[in-house]
Design a protein around this ligand. Sequence first.
Ligand code: 5GP
Ligand code: 5GP
Length: 238
Amino acid sequence: LATGVVGRRKKAPKDKEYEFFYFVQQWPGSVCDAKRACCYPKTGRPVSDFGIHGLWPTYNDGSYPSSCDSTLSFDVTLVEDLKGRLEEGWPTLACPSGDGLKFWSHEWSKHGTCSKSVFNEREYFQDALDLKNKINLLKVLTDAGIEPNDEFYELQDVQEAIKKGLGYYPKLQCNEDMEGNSQIYQVYLCVDKLGKDLIECPIPPRANCPSRVQFPKFYELAATRMCWAHRASVSQKA
Ligand code: 5GP
Ligand code: 5GP
């Protein structure tokens, strides 16, 4: 099983107001070296940094509303001036390669519309980008000696480094690379209902990661593929 449960995730009624946000960032190295692999966005290879996955309205018990208003479909003209920032900070890694619109549209429709009491579409994306700017996760980790260099780290050290750097504990979600190593895949931080400040997560962290986790390099895709081909040929010979 590549990804696992982080917290409780029942869907809940859409008419109840959400209570906080999960701000979820993904590590591109772990998206791309997993079995499902990845595709670079049409706009080019993302930088080697965490990218936004989403800003998700959630209830304090861990359940969450979704797809709250089908009349508010994603309108790209409303975020035209944010496009450059979205491409950089919220890149799509799904296949086939896209320009990001599908990913952003999905996130807005599924999650964003559930925070319409606080944000319109433009404000929703602007807020997520501003959060990303404020929260330099990669710097916090590298300052603590936790670098994307294929090394393994104690999960607790990773969590403590984020707590020390940002003031709040994250939830970590792991997935597996092709060799079955558990690696840092997504980092969940909790943000207050107005989308402004980090808060302590209402639900105690329940990471699906083992006690030691890899922090993989974000390899060039060509290198990743060659690496797999090499491993496959080695295991065939063995
Ligand atoms: P996964 O099963 O990959 O962890 O999550 C699948 C999708 O369910 C996520 O991309 C997200 O859209 C939604 N989701 C998962 N957990 C939560 C949560 O705790 N809160 C909210 N609001 N959405 C979640
Ligand atoms: P969620 O898990 O938020 O419900 O949905 C994520 C959706 O966005 C999936 O349909 C997935 O294919 C698409 N998607 C596009 N680009 C990305 C990406 O870079 N990361 C993830 N996790 N999903 C992406």
